[in-house]
Design a protein around this ligand. Sequence first.
Ligand SMILES: NC(=O)c1ccc[n+]([C@@H]2O[C@H](COP(=O)([O-])OP(=O)(O)OC[C@H]3O[C@@H](n4cnc5c(N)ncnc54)[C@H](OP(=O)(O)O)[C@@H]3O)[C@@H](O)[C@H]2O)c1
Length: 363
Amino acid sequence: MIGWPLLNRKKREDRKRVVLITGASTGLGLALVKELSQSGKFHVIATARGSSLARFGATGITESSDLWIRPLNVLLKSDRDSVIEEANLKLGGIDVLINNAGYCLRGVVEQVNETERLKQIDTNFRAPMALIRGVLPHMRKKRSGHIINISSVGGMMAMPTMSIYSASKFALEGATEALWYEVRPWKIKVCLIQPGFINSDSFKNVELTRESRKSLQDKNNPYYYHYSSMAPFIAKMMRLSPSTPEKIARKIIKVINSNKPPLRVPVTVDAYFFGLIRKLLPRKLYHAIMYYSLPRVFRWGEDEHYFMDAEYERRDAEKELTEQKLPLPEPNSISRPSKLEWSGKSGLSILNEIGSFHNNKGA
Ligand SMILES: NC(=O)c1ccc[n+]([C@@H]2O[C@H](COP(=O)([O-])OP(=O)(O)OC[C@H]3O[C@@H](n4cnc5c(N)ncnc54)[C@H](OP(=O)(O)O)[C@@H]3O)[C@@H](O)[C@H]2O)c1
């Protein structure tokens, strides 16, 4: 008789924890699948949209007794229900849910339509919540489990041109914080993983809104410089980031193995840094610093992009000639771009604001 409880405990301990990962065919999700499988301690359910499933094979990931590959478009209730039901029936439920699927919509507030807005919020916020509702009954019954939501630095601070992305991650952060309190009585752990810039190709998956796509191609659009400065800046920061998906995946595994993981886990250097300055600096100062650190922000809101471009080019050329001690060209030798209805006042006032520009009356 004494042997049974011990045997049952051993059985429980032998059972590999079941981890479900969404959006697992690329980036961080894929790195998590590889690292978790290699550890040999987990039963991994790697999921991706039907159209992306072939990527697993292409990266050498094939099904085994401890690795399932399943279609899961997080926006579809039928997909969500089917994966959860199968795991409940055949594996005794999901122990760790990693809500990783997500994407970044690029568009200023004025240039996101309702369809684009809803899809972003549905994917990054409502779908993870639906999956959480799907796995919680089982976790509560077992009085254990771990919910891990992949948030973002964009969930603690907003960035221009990423308004709705930030809104979706702020929402995820808020609801997850509430969940942390709610499921604590059942010993269910809840974590928010906060990556900043990840060194991966995922910037290529950024989705432009219809209007933002047009704005990027039209220098006369008032938001042209918002996009044309932010996009390469973000791509560059991602390229320079020392944080790879593999490194972050290993940090997440530590979180999974921890008995008392914190609610918020920054996983990249910039996430620590931004978390710290947001906590320490007075808000007014913080926002001013952030604003003036934006790439080429002095150009945002310029009235006449074509004309101002020519002016900046002229300044650069002048600077170069001065440095080489060569004579400067006559003021009228650089022709004014034709696509302009420039009054002369707006551009000059902007230049005065920026300072350092010499008199421009002749233009
Ligand atoms: N990359 C960064 O610098 C960064 C920074 C902060 C936070 N994050 C967050 O980290 C998570 C992972 O991103 P990542 O960097 O690994 O980017 P990623 O390589 O673009 O991966 C995102 C994954 O989400 C999947 N996905 C999108 N919509 C889906 C849907 N409706 N159903 C199922 N899967 C869907 C994509 O699948 P498809 O291939 O089928 O589209 C893709 O596999 C995201 O939540 C992202 O917001 C990333």
